[in-house]
Design a protein around this ligand. Sequence first.
Ligand code: MSP
Length: 533
Amino acid sequence: MNLVDKTEKRFALTTPLYYVNDVPHVGSAYTTIAADVVARFHRLLGHEVLLITGTDEHGQKIQRSAESLGKPPQEFCDQIVPSFIKLWQLLNIQYDRFSRTTASRHEAIVKEFFMRVWEKGDIYQGKQKGWYCVSCEEFKEERDLLEGKRCPIHTNKEVEWRDEQNYFFSLSKYQTQLEEFYQSRPDFIQPESRRNEVLSFVSQGLQDFSISRVNLDWGFRVPVDSQHTLYVWFDALLAYVTALLEADAEPTLANALETWWPINLHLIGKDILRFHAVYWPAMLMSAGLPLPDQVFGHGFLTKDGQKMGKSLGNTLDPIGLVESYGSDAVRYYFLKEIEFGKDGDFNEVRFINVLNADLANDLGNLLNRTLNMVKKYCSNDGLTIGNEAINDENPLKAIGLGLGEQVKQSYQALAFNQACEATLLLVRTCNKFIDEQAPWSLYKQGKQQEVETVLYAVLESVRLAAYLLSPVIPNISNAIYLQLGFGIDFNDQVKTSMLAPFATHAQWGLLSSEQSLGKPLPVFKRIEIPKND
Ligand code: MSP
């Protein structure tokens, strides 16, 4: 297969493909929000982006969930999938492809890939004995189990003993090649702590893993033996590849890999790191394909300090959260309050306090009161000065000049909290600056030029903040841009990258004296803390 080098301007990224054993919870939303922010940021840079999400629908876990409701598995999956699509719409996720592992063309890709690996001699039959966690769809080492033979991840689920004839993938054969790869590409696994986990796991010696199941109907047949069903993870990882096919393309590996391969970024939670950072690259090596650029394993969300998960039964309903507080609020909280890569907690009171402090007060009120001052103190409801009237020592300009580059680097490193914090620092400095400069007294003293200098510097800083935060809070950024007289819709990414490219809009000083400012309206309403009865 002849793979052409992918252009630098293209950026393909994935979320995990979510199990459909239940409706999505906040944990599933977390990765998807982050992926959408990365995708939006790259579109601002003018890149062509492909954001892939989807659902993982085969395997024992799904089969059992369907059985417990007395439904055929396909019907069960078809009923759950719309709840994911609905949530992504509510959260304002702009995905490009939705990959379902039950799609018929996916089977063709899986078959072709399997046969490549088979022909390479990397698949053989053997005996699989061990403890299996159906919720993880993974064999566990006995030493890792909790008391009562419970899974360390799904702590309320007991593992099950399996002793069966399976097909195996020769993972151990790729030990050295993988180790060399990790050394030559230190950024492949991020953050650093996860990389170290993987390196230490691999250094203990890799064991071949089974890629088929007997006594399981729900899945693709093993191409060389119809008595066996393909292991759900072997099939699921390949759905990233299937997603790359154009709608009308014949489902072949060559077609799928033509434009977007290799994928630039797989965003995942830390529990599925091994699959993406060890098994997946080895499978690709076996098939003779180039490897993805990066796997980033984020942390886990807890609720009020407690571990949260579908199988644990204490999930937070993301739909309710968005319906109560809006998509920007939910997106902002999770990305600003939690360092991506570390575990983080959701607590409703803290959630409300953060939103009120940052979005309602610091950002929203700032814009509102500044626009009202323009109305009050400036003729024709507008400013008469532009960037050239502001000297470089102005504290807002001083921060603003370097901010675009700084925030860009934070987004590139997936340090979303730093991107938000750095931008908020400018916003907070604006509030301090207004209080210190007191344009109301400057006005009384007849210092019109000084009044306008303060108001310009603040409005321009708010504009820059809105632009830089637009991947996270696109609706609020829209409202701010509108009030500052720009007809930009950050949800229309194609137009935005043309009308408001990063190279110009991430620069401080864009607002001009001709700007016709809009009507001041609240951009984020203060949330009241619900009273407990
Ligand atoms: N189907 C597999 C992925 C296959 S990818 C080819 C899977 N699905 S899952 O629905 O169980 O999990 C999807 C993602 O949700 C994982 O990245 C997992 O880490 C994440 N989360 C599940 N619970 C979570 C939290 N409580 N907090 C944050 N993310 C968590 O695994």
